[in-house]
Ligand binder design. Structure first.
Ligand code: PAF
Length: 285
């Protein structure tokens, strides 16, 4: 497994693989890998001849009051995990090289990024789309794999990849959960045992909401009110938002219609930790 720090070398590595007839798969991460990341790596390994994983904690997607400095990092552990998965290369650029002095160019996706995460974290998506575009330029992948937990991020990146004619196929993989339902996240390490227990209300609320919709409930307002109630029964959980949106556009909906494809979404602070989770919903036509 190669460990690459320079953008030029990443390009050469990818170009050589493609010249050898391989499909290049790419998994962008901020490191501190868990089973959710490894599910993306495994999908890339199944579908592509070469897999590159980036590890880069991207300063541009954190607001000044967010957890950039505290974000968990452990490169050696990550490298061991990736080697064991048979990854071909890690791309781990240095911050000073990647965001060189004088950097002032940003990629902005408009409508999808306005509500929800975009409203709570106004500079977040611009940081994500910018770094993902830069990572695509460095690793020149044919396919890139993203986790379904960050549903608005995945929809935003799919839009950007199509709009900018990147030629990269965006693959969004299902959320990986702990056995008790908690969606896997590098930020789960911040939770105390009591907070972790309270955080289970998030996935429980989503599960119950899905069951109610499957049983025939079509009023999004009723569903969201019950989700909020379920979560706020937990002492340490404070809901930032609960939402029901169209799957592709992220426009909010009042009613679930036959044939519709939606997300139920939650963002919630448990203690000081902000967690997000979602459940894709498909209504039979
Ligand atoms: O989902 C993440 O870990 C990050 O937002 C990403 C896509 C690696 C960009 O920094």
């Amino acid at each position: 497994m190669r460990v690459i720090a320079s953008t030029d070398e990443a390009r050469r590595f990818s170009d050589e693989a493609r010249r050898a007839g391989k499909i290049v798969g790419f998994v962008p991460t901020m490191g501190f890998l868990h089973e959710g990341h490894l599910s993306l790596v495994r999908a890339s390994r199944r579908e592509c001849g070469t897999t590159i994983v980036s590890i880069f904690v991207n300063p541009a997607q954190f607001a000044p009051d967010e957890d950039f400095d505290d974000y968990p990092r452990n490169f050696e552990r990550d490298a061991k995990l990736l080697e064991a998965e048979g990854v071909d290369a890690i791309f781990a650029p240095k911050r000073e090289e990647f965001y060189a002095e004088g950097f002032q160019t940003y990629v902005t996706v408009e409508d999808i990024t306005r509500p929800l995460e975009g409203a709570s974290r106004p500079t977040h998506f611009r940081g994500v789309t910018t770094v993902v575009a830069m990572l695509f330029n460095a690793t020149r992948p044919d396919r890139a794999y993203f986790g379904g937990k960050d549903a608005q991020q995945a929809a935003t990146i799919s839009r950007m990849a199509a709009d900018l004619k990147t030629g990269v196929d965006i693959v969004v993989m299902p959320i990986v959960r702990e056995s008790d339902g908690l969606a896997m996240s590098s930020r789960n390490t911040y939770l105390s045992p009591e907070e972790r227990n309270d955080a289970l209300a998030i996935s429980r609320a989503l599960r119950e909401a899905k069951a109610e919709i499957e049983a025939g409930e079509r009023d999004a307002g009723n569903i969201l009110a019950r989700m909020r109630e379920t979560i706020e029964r937990s002492e340490r959980a404070n809901v930032d938002y609960v939402a029901a949106v169209e799957r592709e556009t992220f426009e909010s909906v009042d009613t679930f219609r036959a044939g519709g494809r939606y997300y139920l979404l939650v963002a919630c602070r448990v203690g000081k930790t902000r967690l997000i989770d979602n459940e894709p919903i498909s209504i039979p036509g």
